[in-house]
Design a protein around this ligand. Sequence first.
Ligand code: ATP
Length: 214
Amino acid sequence: MIESSQIVEKTSVKVRELSVSRGGFVIFEDVSFDANPGEVVLLRGPNGAGKSTCLAALHGALHPTHGIIDIELDDEERSPRELIHVIGHVPGVKTTLTVRENLQFWADLYGGSNDVDNAIDAAGLHPIADSDASILSAGQTRRLALARLLVAERPIWILDEPTSALDKQGDAWVGHLIAEHAKKGGIVIAATHLDIPHVPADKIKTVMINGAAA
Ligand SMILES: Nc1ncnc2c1ncn2[C@@H]1O[C@H](COP(=O)(O)OP(=O)(O)OP(=O)(O)O)[C@@H](O)[C@H]1O
C-alpha cells in the first residue's frame, strides 16, 4: 500500500492522437505527448483553442472522440481519479465555509493526512483562515483553491491557468509548488498563457493546442 505522502514514481501519462469534440464541433485533433515523473507539461495555444477541453479529457470529464489517454499507475490500491488533483477554472470553493473549513473538507474528502494549517500558511491565507470564503478576493480564492494541492499528496496535478488572478508573490509561490512537486517525481499538466517561474527549463515540455481550425 502506498502512503499518501509518497509520490508514485512509476506513474506516467501517455496521450496519443487525441481529438475531442464538444457540441458537435471538433475542438482539437491529433494531440500527442508523454508526461513522465518529474515533468511539467504546459498546454499552450490561443483563447478557445481547447486547452481546458484537453485537461477535461485527461481527468475524465470529457470523452475523446479519437485517441488514447493512458495513465500508467504503480498503485493498485487507488484508482486514477485518486491519484490526480484537478484545479480548474472554477475554484471549487464553498462560500458558506471558512477558509480553514474549506481545506478541512478537501483534506477529509481526499483522505489527506497533511496539515491543513500548513497549507493555509503556505498559501498566505493565515490572517483570513477563519473568514468565510465568500469574502475572499479573486486572488485569495485562487490561493485557497491551490492550497488543496497541499492537503493530500497526489502524483498528478492537472491545473487550469494556475496563476490567474495571482500577484507576483502568488506567482512565485505557485512556481515553487510546481517545481517542488516535479522534484519529488510528480507530474504537472497545466494550461497556461503565462510562464511558470522557478521550474527548471529542462523539466518543462510545451504542447501546442491550436484548435481544429488552425
Ligand atoms: N460545453 C461546451 N459545449 C460546446 N463547446 C464548448 C463548450 N465548452 C467550451 N466549448 C468550446 O470549446 C472551445 C475550446 O474551449 P476551451 O475552454 O477548451 O479553450 P481554451 O484553449 O482553454 O481557451 P482559453 O485560453 O480562452 O481559456 C471553445 O471554442 C469553446 O467555445
